[in-house]
Design a protein around this ligand. Structure first.
Ligand code: MSP
Length: 659
């Protein structure tokens, strides 16, 4: 019997790039799959990391006048930090410049060299600068390049080649025998089609005179290897380093690589042949997903149509973003990104279907049972139907996850929630309660049990919110079980709080996008500041932009309760260029970091604020000041020309709520 294990990888990301929604998608997908398999009882391992060698990195470092290593050391943590913010939990984060990786690359090269599967040759051909690789005649044609195209240069030099062509027949046989090896089926066919043409050998080196930022070849110190021969090996190097061959064998037969369709050939052709040459078995599956498109074009920095995950999460929250990525991409196909679609998805699935039913149920529970979970009574026909559907949902979700159909899995879970809504309508416990309180209690138990099950099934996708739901229901984590009938009676639930409030499109999108396109255009000295309340840093929280707060108007406690005040610690502060009014602050709320722009530059030196605890309005709609997003407002007292930023008198836990 094969062990119940799951090993999932993402591509390792080019360290120079700024993470966008495409990177966020693959990494979220890996995290979600990993969490599902863990929930289903498997022993799991999830690997991601950064790809740090090559010409572009060398050039970027040269431009900055620092070493490539220093450049990489600065850039790589941005990815790790983003994954942390997104509640993505890899078991390891590999960097290709780490000694633990480069040592293995050299070992494998030596092994293949010793088997006489690498040779030196003088090669003359067209080299695509942006992709850092030689193109075949066919690829030149397909891309519409000629010898004069600026995208390519003709190069003649000695290099080392891997005898990839020797493995062509073996590879075709393997792909034909194992349909799950390349998925979806369309991509498998594409690769089999590609392999109908004779497969060439693969150039794996660069002379150091042209590129030094790579892994030195063990058999020729004038050459380095980089990009594919270096990067692909990350999938095995980490395990070999952690525990040698035994550790690798523990995970390797279960390896599932997630990649975008643009790096299909490298993973479906180069990688298995490299493994074969080195004496390793092929991985289990390669899953190629489609692209997130903006206005029908792939997102890329050069096109300026990049969607930044951090912006979206700050506006709508981590879990809403994760849910949208998984729900709105059918794996294998392309998907059109729009912020409007994200908001609609949140409102329809999470706020309406899930959130409304939950609120109604908790209100009924409060009214008739003082918030204590009642016992289930004998199951009638309607209850039987609900239980049958719940059990079917459990089976279906497991199967759909196994088939990488996560968007359908989510839809299936939501259907169960919708069915519970119908059940509530059919049974009308608000009427039933008058005649038979126990029967009304049984209905509520059944609906709450659907929520417990839905929380279990949704926890890999929206872990934060489902944890909050458990807390709200007074349940512990060990109630996250994949079977019907776990909900304990007699538990006191917590106060009903909207888990998924309805969202509206937050309008700064257009401005943000155009600024990404052209960062210099927003340097106008007259850049508008809005809403004024944010820049003025007055003690009036969330005052409407153009109006002064009316004096002596009494407000209800509920109005004040809408304002979330929290203690934040300033971790970084600097002046905003070209204005003497604004400071840009980075503040920590314990579980998240925010950027806030405040009109206090006339009163404080930036350094004087770092390390201080201050009070912020945490639920203010984001606004843009001088082209910089501000996610909250600090409080300050102002009198004449004096201003004092407010904070706690004694130090308290960062992030503490103020009430
Ligand atoms: N460094 C190589 C991978 C080496 S793996 C041994 C690389 N890096 S990358 O940063 O350019 O891209 C990584 C992944 O992001 C690829 O899988 C690519 O498909 C994915 N995406 C880049 N843009 C994308 C979209 N717009 N949408 C979805 N994913 C896309 O390639």
């Amino acid at each position: 019997m094969t062990a119940n294990r799951f090993y999932v990888t993402t591509p390792i990301y080019y360290v120079n790039d700024e993470a966008h929604i495409g990177h966020a998608y693959t990494t979220t997908l890996a995290d979600v799959l990993n969490r599902y398999h863990r929930l289903f009882g498997a022993d799991t391992f999830f690997l991601t990391g950064t790809d740090e060698h090559g010409q572009k990195v060398q050039q970027a470092a040269e431009k900055r006048g620092i070493s490539p290593q220093a450049h990489c050391d600065e850039m790589a943590p941005r990815f790790a930090r983003l994954w942390q913010t997104m509640h993505i939990q890899p078991d390891d984060f590999v960097r290709t410049t780490e000694a633990r990786h480069t040592a293995i690359v050299r070992d494998v090269l030596q092994k293949i060299w010793d088997k006489d599967l690498i040779y030196a040759d003088v090669y003359k051909g067209f080299y695509e600068i942006s992709e850092e690789r030689f193109l075949t005649d066919k690829e030149m044609q397909a891309k519409g390049y000629t010898a004069e195209s600026p995208e390519v240069v003709q190069i003649e030099e000695k290099n080392y080649f891997f005898k990839m062509s020797q493995f062509q027949d073996w590879l075709i046989g393997h792909i034909e025998s194992y349909p799950e090896f390349i998925q979806p089926e369309g991509r498998r066919k594409e690769i089999l089609g590609f392999l109908k043409q004779p497969l060439g050998d693969l150039c794996i080196s660069r002379p150091k005179s042209r590129l030094s930022w790579g892994v030195e070849l063990p058999f020729d110190t004038d050459y380095v290897t980089y990009v594919w021969f270096d990067a692909l090996l990350n999938y095995v190097s980490v395990h070999l380093d952690r525990g040698g061959e035994a550790e690798l064998q523990k995970w390797w037969p279960h390896a599932v690589h997630l990649v975008g369709k643009d790096i299909l050939t490298t993973h479906a052709v180069y990688w298995p042949t490299m493994l074969k040459a080195a004496g390793y078995e092929p991985f289990q599956s390669l899953i190629a997903h489609g692209w997130w498109l903006m206005d029908n074009a792939k997102m890329s920095k050069s096109k300026g149509n990049v969607v930044k995950p951090l912006d979206l999460m700050q506006k709508y929250g981590v879990d809403a973003f994760r849910y949208f990525l998984i729900r709105d991409m059918s794996l294998g196909q392309d998907s059109q990104f729009s912020e409007q679609a994200l908001v609609e998805r949140m409102n329809s699935d999470l706020a309406n279907d899930f959130g409304n039913l939950l609120n109604r149920t908790l209100k009924l529970l409060d009214k008739y049972f003082q918030g204590v979970i009642p016992s289930p009574g004998p199951a009638g026909e309607l209850e039987q139907e609900l239980v049958t559907l719940a059990e079917q949902t459990l089976t279906d979700v497991r199967q759909l996850v196994g088939e990488y159909k996560l968007h359908t899995a989510l839809e299936t879970i939501l259907q169960l929630v919708r069915r519970a809504n119908k059940y509530l309508e059919q049974t009308a416990p608000w009427k039933l309660a008058k005649a038979d309180l126990a029967a009304a209690g049984s209905v509520l138990w059944h609906v709450l049990e659907v929520f417990r099950l839905a929380a279990t099934l949704l926890s890999p996708v929206i872990p934060g919110k489902m944890q909050a739901l458990l807390t709200q229901l007074g349940l512990s984590e060990d109630t996250l079980q994949l079977r019907w009938g776990v909900l304990p009676a007699g538990i006191q639930t917590g106060a009903a709080e909207a888990l998924f409030p309805r969202q509206e499109l937050i309008k700064q999108e257009d401005e943000t996008m155009s600024e990404t396109l052209n960062e210099t255009t927003n340097a106008s000295p007259e850049a508008k500041i809005e809403p004024t309340a944010q820049a003025a840093a007055t003690t009036a929280p969330a005052a409407p932009p153009a109006e002064d707060p009316p004096e002596n108007v009494l407000i209800d406690i509920q109005d004040f309760a809408k304002v979330q005040l929290r203690v934040a610690e300033v971790t970084f502060a600097e002046r905003v260029p070209k204005t003497d009014k604004l400071l840009r602050l980075e503040v920590s709320l314990g579980d998240e970091t925010r950027q806030i722009v405040a009109g206090i530059a006339a009163y404080y030196e930036p350094e004087a604020l770092v390390g201080k605890q201050i009070v912020i309005v945490a639920n203010l709609k984001p606004a843009k000041l001088r082209g910089i997003m501000s996610h909250g407002m600090l409080l300050a007292a102002k009198s004449g020309d004096q201003l004092s930023v407010l904070g706690p008198i004694n130090s308290v836990a960062t992030g503490a709520s103020i009430s």
